[in-house]
Design a protein around this ligand. Structure first.
Ligand SMILES: [Zn+2]
Ligand SMILES: [Zn+2]
Length: 215
């Protein structure tokens, strides 16, 4: 157990005002941004504590949205993608406005319906350097891009690789109707070996200051 400063008390849970939702350490929450036109911040609660005046604060670890990362949003980033950052903060529990679920990438791709509260995370993000862990991910299709779970892909029965309909000269509607699919390489029985490719996901940048989120 971490030491608690005098007058502070660790809490097991916090009830979000105006809701019947209970937040516990380990839960993911939506926090009100200072700029109300922006989407809520997403964080993982690590600790909840009350001071001697019963002000409740939460220790959080921020999730970053792709547009908040150094490299920005890229084509393979999903609409509900988040990066678990190494950026920690103390925040007033009052800024918590709801709960959400940050799924693993695999579990997210298996969801039948993606609700407003569903997000996913496949990368950890270092706020100071803009670096990602893992640093490389598998790529698919002729365009050699990482998988974006928002984009429909079709699997080739020959090489088992996945392809974007548009990269194969098909519309999404045509791809949905397909019962069998062979990519252009497999249908021409071209056995030129595909290289084992990977895609660098961390931008090559120098050190930058981590973002501050004051409110
Ligand atoms: Zn493609
Ligand atoms: Zn193929």
């Amino acid at each position: 157990m971490a030491k608690t400063k005098p007058g502070k008390k660790d809490l097991d849970s916090y009830g979000i005002k105006g809701t019947n939702k209970i937040v516990r350490p380990g839960d993911c929450v939506l926090m009100r941004p200072s700029d109300l036109d922006k989407p809520p911040y997403v964080a993982r609660v690590e600790k909840i504590e009350a001071d001697h005046r019963n002000n409740i604060k939460v220790q959080v670890r921020w999730y970053y949205r792709p547009e908040e990362s150094v490299g920005g949003r890229r084509q393979f980033h999903g609409a509900k993608e988040l990066f678990l950052s190494d950026h920690h903060d103390m925040q007033s529990a009052h800024t918590i406005e709801g709960k959400c679920i940050v799924h693993s990438f695999k579990n997210y791709t298996k969801l039948e319906n993606v609700g407003a509260e569903d997000y996913f995370c496949r990368f950890e993000y270092k706020a100071a350097t803009g670096g990602f862990t893992p640093d490389r991910v598998a790529v698919y299709c002729k365009c050699e891009m990482p998988y974006n779970p928002d984009d429909l892909m079709v699997q080739c029965e020959g090489c088992k690789d996945w392809f974007h309909p548009s990269c194969m000269g098909m519309t999404i509607e045509e791809a949905k109707k397909l019962e069998h699919f062979l990519c252009s390489d497999c249908s021409s029985e071209d056995d030129s070996r595909r290289s084992l490719n990977s895609f660098p996901v961390s931008p090559a940048v120098g050190k930058v200051e981590p973002k501050r989120r004051k409110r």
